[in-house]
Design a binder for this molecule. Structure first.
Ligand code: SAM
Length: 274
């Protein structure tokens, strides 16, 4: 019965009408609407399942009706939970470089909360879009150098904070049971990373698409990785962003680090040797 109800909710939210309605909302309204949906869907699901459901819907802003199964996108959510759980005993904090509108960041925050870890979460982003592209980025997405690729300008630290504020306002919030210290650091990486990264990092999520961005993140981030820590690349093997793989290959080869496929998250990454 409960399962039927949840399927019904997913269907309703997947309808063309819902998609149109959703597309017309501001980012803050979307976050609120989805959190309300989460509350509505609180029918026999445990915290993690509810979280996965709402984040799935949020992740899928176009509201396509993916079943709640291990699709490529769901794998990232599921995988982040599994990987963060593993990192409990590893020293250091959780860092994301490339926050965008906070989808994966929210997943990291919720995983830390769910497993009640005493780890801070850091989110770095310009919050004003990309820096200029270089020749290494030329591919299906970037065709001209020296100009910033379009996209990701419509976000802000306040939007990200509002997602968690909306959440804390509801009684079922995971964050009420175990809150997470979150540090949002706005600005381009070359201006922010050196002074604001934590001393030790347990988990580094590299989701910044471009060659120079990936390179600078790895150059600053890798020396701080704890033994047993994990680095995940969102765009390794993404034909739209060839620069991300080039930068990861170059920096890791120079440091003797092996990049491997981490099936649990459906992403490539590095397990830092113990
Ligand atoms: C693909 S989006 C991140 C998506 C996000 N992780 C999610 O799950 O939705 C890439 C982000 O990287 C940021 N970015 C790329 N290069 C950057 C740089 N050098 N400094 C700061 N931000 C950068 C962009 O502003 C953009 O928001």
């Amino acid at each position: 019965m409960l399962d039927l109800f949840n399927r019904f909710l997913i269907r309703v939210l997947s309808s063309r009408f819902a998609r149109r309605w959703f597309a017309g909302l501001s980012s803050e309204e979307r976050a609120t609407a989805l959190l309300q949906f989460w509350r509505g869907a609180n029918t026999g699901l445990n915290d993690k399942e509810r979280y996965l459901l709402v984040r799935k819907a949020y992740d899928d802003r176009r509201m396509k009706n993916y079943a709640l199964q291990r699709s490529g996108r769901y794998a990232r959510i599921y995988g982040f939970f599994r990987l963060i759980e593993e990192l409990g005993p590893v020293q250091g904090d959780i860092v994301e470089c490339g926050v965008g509108r906070g989808i994966s960041l929210a997943c990291l925050v919720y995983a830390v909360s769910f497993f009640r870890l005493e780890k801070m979460v850091y989110g770095f982003d310009s919050f004003s879009g990309f820096p200029p592209a270089t020749v290494q980025d030329i591919g299906t997405r970037v065709t001209t150098v020296d100009k910033p690729p379009t996209g990701w300008g419509d976000t802000s630290p306040d939007l990200i904070r509002s997602i968690f504020e909306c959440d804390r306002a509801i009684p079922e919030s995971l964050l009420r049971a175990h809150d997470v210290r979150l540090e949002i650091v706005p600005g381009f990486f070359h201006e922010t990373l050196s002074n604001n990264l934590p001393k030790r990092i347990a988990f580094l999520h590299v989701d910044c698409d471009m060659y120079e961005s990936t390179k600078i993140v790895l150059e600053h981030g890798l020396p701080r990785m704890s033994p047993g820590g994990i680095v995940i690349f969102d765009e390794y093997h993404d034909e739209h962003w060839p620069g991300a793989k080039k930068a990861a290959d170059e920096v890791c080869a120079a440091r003797g680090l092996k990049i491997e496929y981490l099936a649990v998250a459906g992403r490539y990454g590095i397990r830092i040797p113990q």
